[in-house]
Ligand binder design. Structure first.
Ligand code: TZP
Ligand code: MG
Length: 223
């Protein structure tokens, strides 16, 4: 709805970076510490994405993250698991092309949930456009090849440009985005980007976010 889309977009007003957890990129830290760093650095949308852990562990971690994100007024989205999102009262879910159909997810979560859908091609983006009354945003990527999603081939900056021109939905550019490539992604027309491994593994997340945002400010000075 316009309400859920607004709630999603509003959360990027200060920092246009969408956070995703990745315990394997910071093996000595808890997911709680990773997310607290994101929130302390100004990120206000956090997706819990931990595919290689048990359902019980995911539930316990998300319960702690629900309280933490709530304290910062941040949104908590769950990758893949609609039941987990319901159980911990998350703000919504992020689903892929091979998950439950978005219409079914909407029925299960109700009108207030934020629903995101990954897209990897123009065809998938056009099908997402037809779901504009059901979903709230799309993911666009992997923009560049990335070890975080090893079996997916890169969609390239051309697809980001296509999304900028044709997406009826807010979109998040993702995949292989780092300090040395983020400028090109903003230049291609993305207004929200996601950086997983470089951010989660950063020695100082706050410094890394400042570094990443400099490219956005540079762009704005030109325009
Ligand atoms: N979806 C498309 S690419 C990707 C996901 C979850 C992983 C992005 O990770 P990184 O480390 O920012 O390349
Ligand atoms: Mg998924």
């Amino acid at each position: 709805s316009t309400h859920t889309k607004h709630k999603f977009l509003e959360a990027f007003q200060h920092v246009p970076i969408y956070g995703i957890t990745s315990k394997k990129d910071a093996p000595h830290r808890t997911v709680y510490d990773i997310v607290r760093d994101m929130l302390e650095s100004g990120i206000r949308v956090v997706q819990y994405r931990e595919k290689e852990t048990t359902g019980l562990e995911r539930y316990k971690e998300c319960l702690t993250l629900r309280k933490l994100t709530y304290d910062y007024g941040a949104l908590l989205l769950i990758d893949d698991f609609v039941d987990l999102a319901l159980a911990v009262k998350a703000d919504g879910v992020h689903i892929g092309q091979d998950d439950l159909p978005p219409e079914q997810v909407r029925k299960l979560l109700g009108p207030k949930a934020i629903i995101g859908l990954s897209t990897h091609s123009i065809e998938q983006l056009e099908r997402a456009n037809a779901l504009v009354d059901c979903i709230d945003y799309i993911g666009v990527g992997p923009v560049f090849t990335t070890k975080t999603k090893p079996n997916a081939s890169a969609v390239g900056l051309e697809y980001v440009q296509y999304a900028r021109q044709h997406s009826q939905l807010p979109f998040v550019a993702i995949g292989g985005i780092k300090t040395n490539t983020i400028q090109s992604v903003f230049d291609a027309g993305a207004s929200i980007v996601c950086v997983v491994s470089e951010l989660v593994s950063a020695r100082s997340m706050e410094d890394k976010i400042h570094e990443l945002m400099e490219s956005k400010h540079k762009l704005m000075e030109h325009t």
